[in-house]
Design a protein around this ligand. Structure first.
Ligand code: FEO
Length: 386
């Protein structure tokens, strides 16, 4: 496996994880990559490593350009193990390398994970010269860990952005102009919705900090890098970090004997009759991370569950727990469901929607046993009146 030159003397030396299907619970249908970059200058610099298990691929790609022991700096943009997991391995193969990390949280995190290595902490706004090039560090705390930082190289006009602007997307192409743009943007949205959604304020701060920089390439930590569609992805981040929603509806449900499913269908049809796109997600058949990608930018959310043992279905509980953790904003929501006797699930769903920060826009809809045509017509009227 060879390094890929992305600019003169700057190489992609990362790893492609074609079989990745679950990234700490995030379902990654298109696999993923762990991007690392090698800069040949007076001080040879490796920007990030790869997830443990892929260290041989990293080493092989680096070795296709230079002997790894010549590396002077290993820059750690982020302590999370998908980027830092091979630092101890690389430290063994690069005995002269200094590991650069953010102060104070990068240093604290790396020490906690990997013990004492040859670290050098850098502060927000600090720069180092590596020869013809400068590396300027912009800390981006809580985007999405306390230690996170991005690095700008003004001579090359490259932003090494780590998690920001990335996607879980395995591809032999490295750039946005080497693959289908709509697919990459959808994966970038999925990444933002499932990893960065809670940190809109921090993302806005980071966008402002980067606004004055002349950027010709965003070299991401995951998936495709940007060089032909930089304004597109920056515009998306502006919109996403402001939690902008569209007039569309997402209906999420589970069902035992189809009654809640039939109600879900009636709700979707009512939104459609209102002239609003609506998507139905059966929790038995859809991944939470895919559903959340759609919920993120949809103004309306309806969540349905039948009652089982006085509770909502566990699948619905898992969805609502995940939703709450992502701190969504600007959603109008309501609960619905069928039941045999108690019917406690629907109120429980409504409580969780409120706890997740949703504005309740319609009184919960409860139907005992099977929905009749008249009951479904009643649902249609209620939803159309929102
Ligand atoms: Fe790609 Fe937060 O790690």
């Amino acid at each position: 496996m060879k390094a890929i030159e992305i600019k003169k003397d700057i190489y992609w030396v990362g790893a492609i994880d074609w079989s990745l299907r679950n990234f700490h619970g995030y379902q990654t249908g298109r696999g993923g990559t762990y991007n690392a970059y090698l800069i040949l200058d007076d001080k040879i610099t490796l920007i990030d490593t790869v997830k443990k298990g892929f260290e041989s691929e990293l080493l092989e790609r680096i070795s296709s350009v230079i002997p790894p022991e010549r590396i002077d700096y290993i820059l750690s943009s982020h302590v999370e193990a998908d980027h830092s997991g091979s630092i101890p391995f690389m430290a063994q193969h690069c005995p002269n390398a200094t590991i650069i990390t953010s102060l104070p949280n990068g240093l604290k995190g790396l020490k906690a994970h990997y013990g004492d290595l040859n670290y050098q902490g850098v502060k927000a706004g600090e720069s180092i010269s590596i020869g013809k090039r400068t590396l300027h560090f912009v800390t981006t705390p809580m985007l999405h860990w306390p230690d996170s930082m991005v690095t700008y190289c003004p001579e090359e006009k490259i932003l090494f952005s780590n998690d920001a602007f990335g996607q879980h997307f395995a591809s032999s192409g490295r750039f946005d102009d080497e693959t289908e743009l709509s697919t990459v943007l959808w994966e970038a949205k999925k990444y933002y919705a499932n990893i960065l959604m809670p940190y809109g304020k921090q993302a806005q701060t980071a966008i402002k900090a980067l606004a004055g920089l002349d950027i010709e390439m965003i070299a991401t930590g995951h998936g495709i890098s940007w060089r032909s569609h930089i304004p597109d992805i920056l515009a998306c981040y502006e919109k996403w970090s402001n939690y902008e929603v569209e007039d569309r509806a997402v209906i999420v449900f589970d069902s035992m004997w189809h009654s809640t499913e039939i109600m879900a269908g009636a709700i979707a049809e009512a939104f459609r009759e209102k002239g609003m796109p609506a998507a139905l997600y059966d929790l038995k058949a859809n991944a939470l991370s895919d559903i959340m990608t759609d919920v993120f930018t949809s103004r309306y959310l309806a969540v349905g569950s039948p009652t089982i043992n006085n509770q909502m279905m566990p699948t619905v509980a898992a969805f609502l727990c995940y939703l709450k953790g992502l701190s969504p904003k600007n959603h109008r929501a309501f609960a619905f469901g069928s039941y045999g006797w108690g019917g406690q699930s629907i109120a429980l769903v409504e409580d969780e929607l409120k706890a997740a920060g949703c504005e309740i826009c319609l009184e919960k809809i409860r139907i005992a046993n099977l929905p009749t045509p008249e009951m479904l017509a009643g649902i249609t009227e209620k939803v159309k009146a929102i």
